[in-house]
Design a protein around this ligand. Structure first.
Ligand code: ATP
Length: 380
């Protein structure tokens, strides 16, 4: 699912206890007339990261970004950028540039004039401006569009001009508020990769707000998942997907099967869970810091669930049911299997053969099984 950005492989400063954060948010809170939009958030973002703040509408992500930009004063808490306290610094004095969802281009100016605007205001010489504009036009692949006005550009092209305009002043920190939201799905997917490439080339730190989990998974070094003004989990896309720390996170990132149960055995290398909704016990081959008797939930991703018509011989980690739906998505199909407990389990199966040749069809009785390392124990 996730296309891992190249920079993930060699840049993980958050693992390094000596690394200094580039952006440091400390106990930041924002209330609007008694409504807590951002609730005591502390967060460190490192140089060169593409950090996504992800969450559904109204969770407070834009408010957090606007406080970073200096457009919204915090109710309490502090913001440091490169070690300097910026909490009371006005927006125009911060080393920050913002890319808006609506692009906010000047409609009466050409592409070239839009990109040059900030440089002219800074009093830069004409020849320097020409050089810079041409460098950044090339970077965002918009050479040849210099004389067009925004209304003569597509959504993707406008987005690239907006990005060039915010990068041309070489900000150290770029804040992006749902930058790809106005693009259609295909263009959006292509632009995601372009944006990551541009970020790698310019080396700036990007903080992006998104409600789209696939987009955040594809582009980010790390994701901070927000709900109701708080950050629930911070981690790389793989960590958040493979090791969600709560039912909320597991459900938000991709689809997931959840079995409620009770821990009946707890050892350093495994736990055994009794689940009435599954009808069998689950063996999970890693420790979980919850005691015997604790009520928990076990999450298993649909692509980790395998289907067969033969009853497995193992004692644990399988169940059986009836196929009630097969959702065909081209490359994969999602089987909906109803268990005796009425719980429906999803299994994603790669379409290796044509539909008519598939051995498992509607109303078939099937067995579902998974490997012991693929269960994730979540506190309720
Ligand atoms: P969306 O994805 O819809 O933009 P969001 O996660 O970015 O949502 P915010 O815009 O940060 O959410 O809003 C968080 C909460 O704060 C919401 O309940 C919103 O109504 C409220 N809010 C935001 N700005 C203001 C404001 N200026 N005055 C009063 N309430 C506000």
């Amino acid at each position: 699912m996730a296309i891992q950005p190249k920079h993930l492989s060699n840049l993980e400063p958050w693992q390094d206890s000596n690394a200094q954060p580039y952006v440091s948010i400390k106990n930041l809170t924002k209330t609007f007339n008694g409504l807590v939009a951002v609730n005591d958030i502390s967060l460190s973002i490192y140089r060169g990261e593409l950090f996504s703040i992800l969450g559904r509408s109204g969770c407070g992500k834009t408010t957090l970004l606007r406080m970073l930009a200096g457009f919204e004063p915090p109710t309490s808490g502090k913001i440091f950028i490169d070690g300097v306290d910026m909490t009371d610094t006005p927006a125009y004095k911060r080393p920050v540039s913002m890319v808006f969802q609506s692009y906010a281009l000047f409609p009466h100016m050409t592409v070239e004039q839009n990109i040059a605007f900030g440089l002219i205001q800074d009093g830069m010489s004409k020849s320097e401006i020409r050089d810079k504009v041409s460098t950044y036009l090339e970077l965002v692949q918009m050479v040849g569009y210099e004389r067009r006005r925004p209304d003569q550009l597509s959504g993707g092209e406008k987005q690239r001009v907006a990005l060039a305009r915010s990068l041309v002043k070489q900000p150290k920190l770029v804040l992006l508020d749902e930058p790809l939201a106005a693009l259609d799905k295909k263009l959006r997917e292509r632009t995601q990769l372009e944006l990551v490439n541009i970020q790698e080339k310019v080396g700036a730190t990007f903080v992006m707000v998104s409600h789209d989990q696939e987009e955040a998974m594809t582009m980010s070094t790390r994701i901070g998942l927000m709900n109701e003004g708080r950050i629930l989990q911070i981690g790389s896309p793989t960590e958040i997907y493979e090791y969600p720390n709560s039912k909320y996170v597991a459900n938000f990132i991709g689809s997931v099967n959840l079995f409620d149960g009770i821990i009946i055995e707890e050892q350093s290398d495994h736990v055994i869970v009794k689940s009435t909704s599954m009808g069998k016990n689950l063996y999970i081959s890693h420790s979980a810091s919850v005691p015997v008797g604790a009520q928990i939930s076990v999450a298993i991703r649909p692509e980790k669930v395998m289907l067969t018509t033969m009853q497995p011989k193992e004692e644990y980690n399988w169940t059986n049911g009836i196929v009630k739906d097969i959702v065909y998505l081209g490359d994969v199909s999602i089987y909906h299997v109803k268990l005796a407990s009425e719980v429906v389990v999803l299994a994603t199966v790669a379409n290796l053969v044509r539909a008519a040749e598939r051995p498992i069809q509607w109303e078939d009785e099937v067995f579902l099984y998974w490997r012991p390392e693929n269960g994730i124990v979540l506190a309720l």
